[in-house]
Design a protein around this ligand. Structure first.
Ligand code: XMP
Length: 516
């Protein structure tokens, strides 16, 4: 469907950086959309693109095993930017020659600009660093094309068509990755200077358009939304509430696995937002169902089942509900349409799977076009409290996967107290927002210590803090030693039953962020 914004279509040939291209374009406040390489010309035209980007990808144009795509795109009357594999596609189909490079180029290279008009407008001629990742290179330019930049190993590191009304621009390197100096400016030059796309993609305009769309979709029907305390469900609910007010009922199931004072804080936010909401205390059935289960995946499944049961029960009480609001984000949508297929399940993350079909509900997914940082921008636009909008992600199964092994009230209470100290200290030392996610974990062992003159044999708390962009990969955060010392002291002194604190220094992969 065509958007009311100028749109750049990105055809995805399987590069690990395709999502980054889309995000960078949106940082220019221009709407971008990713379509699989196999999209038909008709599907591409439906978006009325102001420009088309052909992404990188793992295939080689010299091999017969390459993704099928609508080559007729090359005849469309819009500017086209080929990146890496995309550049080789343009070269190949426009009559040039692509061959294997003598030396494959991975990582940093120094780019020398040869032509500072259009794509490199406003930049000095370099050399400056760009990020390369290719095994093929252009051996013969298609007729009418000229090189516009070079590196030591790639005499044609960028090219454009001198005829074809200047429609083709190609880069051998990746402008979307942070290692490419001036990458943002190059993409800006493409979308604004070359395609003439206007900067209308703001969360304010998105909000206005979406509110109308939700009203039209829902009519006078009843809608429910499960709130988890996370940013996504909160923003989705606030937006739907803005559109249809009291037709929306928000349901918060307190499963007894939340952090300290979570329910109290959420109640305050729901109240301030004037949500029509129900808070269900389901702590007992959740803990009973968990019993002495210690296997992480079994815990997740039990919690998922209990959640569906509790939610279903509440929805039946409300009666005549037709729609369910879900905080699905664009990366989930892209993953499900990717020609590479969804990535392998390492942990069972989707706790509400099966709920809409079982309850015969239609879905409203107001965030399905947005990236996480855009959702945060939308949260601000909706005037949600900053603390809520910028909070760290929290897993659906809650503290059950941070109390390692069997879960019970006593162990949950110890973890809550330790966790709140860690988070409080991160906030008061200005470290919370520099960390992507941070939390405490209660280990299933006891260790010997000495307090006063007494021997102790008590619990161990592990602290985990990571930096990440999207949780897919992560690095452990190098928190200052004196800060860690202070947190450890406070936990051991203030949390009864803990005599040791350790810090997790593993990155993902090979570890994961959560311990279970
Ligand atoms: P992992 O541990 O897989 O976590 O590296 C990546 C991100 O996902 C969160 N996570 C979950 N979220 N249900 C959720 O809703 C889950 O079962 C779950 N397990 C992990 C984790 O907190 C991190 O942000």
């Amino acid at each position: 469907m065509a958007s009311c914004h100028d749109t750049i279509v990105i055809l995805d040939f399987g590069s690990q950086y395709t999502q980054l291209i889309a995000r960078r374009i949106r940082e220019c406040r221009v709407h971008s959309i990713i379509l699989p390489a196999s999209a038909t010309l008709q599907q591409i035209r439906e978006h009325c693109p102001k420009g088309i980007i052909l992404s990188g990808g793992p295939a080689s144009v010299t091999s017969i095993e390459r993704p099928k795509w609508a080559k007729a795109v090359l005849q469309e009357d819009v500017p086209i930017l080929g990146i890496c594999y995309g550049m080789q596609l343009v070269a190949h189909y426009m009559g040039g020659k692509v061959g294997q490079a003598k030396r494959r180029e991975f990582g940093r290279a120094e780019l020398q600009v040869l032509d500072s008009s259009d794509l490199f407008k406003g930049l000095d001629k370099g050399p400056f660093s760009v990020w390369m990742s290719h095994g093929d290179r252009i051996e013969k330019l298609p007729q009418g094309f000229t090189p516009i930049a070079r590196t030591e190993n790639s005499p044609v590191a960028a090219m454009k068509s001198a005829n074809h009304a200047h429609r083709f621009f190609c880069l051998q390197f990746h402008p979307e990755v942070a290692h490419t100096v001036h990458g943002k400016q190059i993409l800006k030059n493409f979308v604004h200077g070359i395609c003439g796309a206007k900067s209308t993609w703001t969360m304010g305009s998105f909000l206005n358009n979406s509110i109308d769309a939700i009203r039209e979709q829902v009519g006078r029907d009843k809608v429910i939304c499960g709130l988890s305390g996370g940013v996504d469900s909160m923003v989705a609910a606030a937006m739907t509430h803005r559109a249809i007010g009291k037709q929306l009922t928000c349901v918060f199931i307190d499963n007894g696995l939340m952090r300290k004072d979570e329910a109290k804080q959420l109640k305050k936010v729901f109240g301030a937002q004037h949500f029509n909401y129900r808070m269900i205390n389901a702590s007992d059935p959740f803990l009973q169902a968990l019993g002495r289960t210690s296997d992480p995946e079994k815990k997740r499944k039990i919690i998922g089942r209990q959640f569906i049961h509790a939610f279903d029960h509440e929805a039946t009480k409300i009666g005549n509900v037709r729609y369910l609001v879900q905080g699905t984000l664009y990366p989930d949508v892209i993953e499900s349409i990717s020609h590479m297929g969804p990535s392998a399940t390492i942990k069972t993350h989707h706790n509400v799977g099966g709920l809409p079909a079982r309850m015969k509900l239609k879905l409203i997914e107001p965030l399905r076009e947005l990236f996480k940082d855009e959702v945060r921008g939308l949260g601000k636009e909706l005037e949600l409290p900053e603390d809520m909008v910028l909070r760290h992600p929290f897993p659906g199964p809650g503290l059950a996967i941070r109390v390692l092994g069997a879960v019970n009230l006593e162990r949950l209470a110890i973890l809550r107290e330790a966790d709140v100290i860690f988070i409080e200290e991160l906030k008061s030392n200005g470290l919370y927002r520099k960390t992507w996610q941070a939390f405490a974990v209660l280990l299933p062992i006891r260790t010997v210590g000495v307090m006063g003159d007494q021997r102790t044999y008590e619990h161990v708390i592990a602290l985990r803090a990571v930096t990440s962009v999207d949780g897919m990969t992560a690095d452990w955060t190098q928190l200052p030693h004196d800060f860690l010392g202070k947190v450890s002291n406070r936990i051991i002194n203030e949390v009864k039953g803990v005599n040791r604190v350790v810090y997790d220094i593993s990155s993902k992969p090979p570890s994961t962020i959560e311990w279970e």
